[in-house]
Structure formats: C-alpha cells, structure tokens
Design a protein around this ligand. Structure first.
Ligand code: XUL
Ligand code: CO
Length: 444
C-alpha cells in the first residue's frame, strides 16, 4: 500500500450515537446491533461504488473536474494510475467499515491501445483488486460491464444495429461475469445504458427487442455454464442517456422477461433515482418487485424533485426510505443483494473527507429506516390493516373466485339470489399515514 490518501480520517468509522458531536462517527449504524434476529450489517449489506467516487473527476457538461483525484491526471501509465486508484478506494472502504463494493470493468481497467493491451491491463488490474480484497476483507457485491461510454456503443450494445458491436458487448460481459465469479461477487448487474433509442425514425423496435432477449439469454446460459452462483440482475431506468430505454421500470422489465421466458434467470437491481425519473415512487418500485418475487438488490441514492435528470445524490430521507426498507423486510430481506451507494458528491464538495460525510450520512439514513421498518413490521402497523381490508377473500365467495370455480354466470346468479348490496368501506389512508409517521418519530 502507498501512503494514505484519506489522511484526515483514522477509521474504521465507529458508532457513537446521535448525540455525538463528531461527524466522522455513525449516529445510528451499529453493524452488530441485532434487529429482528439479524445483525444490522447483514440486513443492509452495504456497498460503495467505485465509479462516482473514484472514476469521476467532478466534470459536468459545462465545467471541468473539480475533485482532487490524482490518479485521474492525464499522462499517467494506466497500471500506475489503476494502482493509485485502487489503493485510495480500498483505504476508503476499509475506513468506512462497509462489507462490500461494486464496480464496472472500466471504472478500474481502462481500454488500452488495442484488444491485447486492454486484456493485459484488465488482467493486471484484477490481480490488484484480488490482493486488496484479501488484505482488507472487503467483498464484491456486484460486478458489471460498461457498455455505454466508448463510442462503439453509441447506438447500444445488445441493441446495436451492427452485430459486431453485439459480439463485442457479449465478449466484454463474458469476461466481466467470469471475473465477478473469480472475485466471489454476489451478483452480476446489467444496466442497459444505451439499450434504447434516441429517435424512432432510425429504429427497428421489433428487431432490437429480439436482440436484447438474445443477449440476456446468452448471458444466462453462460452463467449456468460456468456455475456462477450469484444472481443476474437488470437495473431499470426510463431514460438518460437515451431518450427511451427499454428497461424502463420494474414492471416493464418484468413483462419483458416473462415474454421471453427469462423471469427465473433475472431479478431486479432497483435504483431510487431511476424510480423518480420513471414517475414512480421508490416505494412503488420496491413493492412491485417484492410482490412479484423479483427483488435482487438496491442502488441507494436520491434525485432532486426539481431536476429531471439523474442527480445521484446520497439518500437523506428516512420518511421515504423507511417504506422501501419495510417492503424489503416484509419480503424476507436481501439474499444476494444489498444497498449499494450509487451516489455521487456534489461538484462543490471537493474535500477528500466529504466522501466520508456523504456515505456516513447515507448509511445512517438506511440504518434509521431499518429500525422504523422493523418496528412497523413488528407492530403490524400496515399489515394488520391490509389483511383486514382483504379479509373477505378468505370466505367461500372469495375462494371460489380466485380458484376459478365460479364463472361469470355463477357470480351473477349469486348476486341476484343473495341480493348483494356491498357498502363502501373507508380506505383509511390518512389514519395509516399518521401511524407510519408515529413509527418514524418513535421507533428506537
Ligand atoms: C446509471 C447507473 C449505473 C448502474 C451500473 O444511471 O445507475 O451506474 O448502476 O451500470
Ligand atoms: Co445504478
């Protein structure tokens, strides 16, 4: 290891409670605290991502990089730069005290001058990663391949009109899936960065649908061929960078998978800001996935309700996250998934230590949301009211409808014979909103 990069932070960050005046401590997150029979760390399975924090210099479309990231300087030898970046990243991860990280191939292994050079860099970098994982104990939550930055992917990877680009993307995913397996990754994620269109005028929708299904089928087949035991996850997002992305939201991806017989091969990696962009609440996306057995993992972040793009801010709302965590707990919790901070600093947050403040506050928000969610579950704050609302379906009528024994004519005859006259019953929304608030204010 080189000299330390985050010299102002001793680490590992410790729990000190909400009254501590030291911002470099956790106010709520106590990895060993047992909540509903499970350690907080095992519930949340927190990971930090290597792209926003280590591979992005703080550029935007109007301005240059603002961050202090020496390994991104121009003219460095790629392996020397990669080593510097990995040393800083693993120093950060172990000082933060989180169990996982997430990474794209290109976050850490840039393309070389040709295919052979790219492979040389990739192999050397992945050896470095393996060494640092072994020395710090930080594990890989998920790996993924970047099929969106290089100009060859400007018209998509799997959905590119050129089959050579499809093959190139397939080769890249094959290598990164195998590498994720080698590094003990828990999941492999596919975010269809440019799998969509900018204009319908030049797009064959039906063809691109077949291409995407083929691609996902090939990836699933390869997963079984190599015996990768992690989960394959698709990350929905409605637009940005393309005008329309095929993996629009949880329900669209689920429908696509069912249509192509892939629903047992893939689960979902849901991102809070992507839910906002698709016009849904994050609660909705998580609830949909849990309801259909499709929840894989979460990219924790938030958008800005005044901005229409993916601002990827660190989460700070217990009000919003408690309900999402509630759905996750209600569905039995994560298996291979976890909470990955797919979040980035604001461009003005240029201090090295800002990276710690951002993650600490996000982690505490998740930890507090977990306490609220567990409290709601234990007190049956919502489940009791929902069960009562649907209680009629436990009776003979309800069962005969759902098991298919009652025909439309049977139901009509019953209504007439028994003179049905159902009365409206209050949905009680405001009462439940109040109950949820009480748990948010009081859970401990
Ligand atoms: C983009 C996004 C990606 C994926 C991984 O909006 O969320 O970083 O999480 O490719
Ligand atoms: Co993401």
């Amino acid at each position: 290891m080189r000299d330390q990069f985050f010299t102002e932070v001793e680490g590992p960050i410790r729990f000190a409670g909400v009254d501590s005046a030291d911002p470099l401590t956790y106010a709520v997150y106590e990895p060993d605290r047992v909540v509903m029979g499970k350690r907080m760390e095992d519930h949340l399975r927190i990971g930090a991502c290597l792209w926003h924090s280590f591979a992005w210099p703080g550029i935007d479309m109007f301005g240059a990089g603002t961050f202090d990231r020496p390994w991104l300087a121009a003219g460095l030898d790629p392996l020397e730069a990669a080593e510097m970046k990995l040393d800083a990243a693993f120093e950060f991860l172990s000082k933060l005290g989180v169990p996982y990280f997430c990474v794209h191939d290109r976050d850490i292994a840039p393309e070389g001058v040709d295919g052979r050079d790219t492979r040389r860099i990739f192999d050397a970098v992945m050896d470095m990663v393996e060494e640092r994982m072994a020395s710090t104990g930080v594990r890989l939550l998920w790996g993924t391949a970047n099929l969106f930055t290089h100009p060859r992917y400007m018209s998509g990877g799997a959905t590119n009109p050129n089959p050579e680009v499809f093959a190139f993307a397939a080769a890249q995913v094959k290598l990164m899936l195998e590498t994720t397996q080698r590094l003990g990754g828990q999941n492999y994620v596919l975010w269809g960065g440019r799998e969509g269109y900018d204009s319908l005028l030049n797009t064959d929708l039906a063809h691109e649908d077949r291409q995407l299904a083929r691609f996902l089928t090939l990836v699933a087949e390869h997963k079984h061929r190599i015996g990768f035991e992690g989960a394959l996850l698709i990350e929905p997002k409605p637009h940005e960078p393309t005008k329309h992305q095929y993996d629009r939201d949880a329900a669209t991806v689920h429908g696509f998978l069912v249509r192509h017989g892939l629903e047992n091969e893939y689960k979902l990696n849901l991102e809070a800001n992507h839910a906002t962009l698709s016009g849904h609440s994050f609660h909705h996306e998580v609830a949909y996935a849990v309801a259909h057995g499709m929840l894989g993992s979460i990219d924790a972040n938030r958008g800005d309700y005044q901005n229409g793009w993916d601002t990827d801010q660190f989460p700070n709302s217990v009000d919003e996250l408690s309900l999402a965590v509630y759905e996750i707990l209600r569905g039995g919790g994560f298996t291979t998934g976890g909470f990955n901070f797919d979040a980035k600093l604001r461009r003005q947050s240029v201090s090295r230590t800002d990276l710690f403040h951002a993650h600490i506050s996000g982690i505490d928000t998740l930890a507090r949301s977990l306490l609220v969610a567990a409290d709601m579950l234990e007190r049956e704050t919502l489940s009791k009211a929902v069960a009562e609302r649907y209680a009629g379906w436990q009776g003979e009528l309800g069962r005969s409808i759902l098991d298919g024994t009652a025909s439309l004519a049977d139901l009509a005859a019953k209504v007439e014979a028994e003179e049905f006259d159902p009365k409206p019953i209050s949905g009680g929304q405001e009462r439940l909103e109040g109950e949820v608030n009480r748990r948010i204010w009081n859970a401990s």
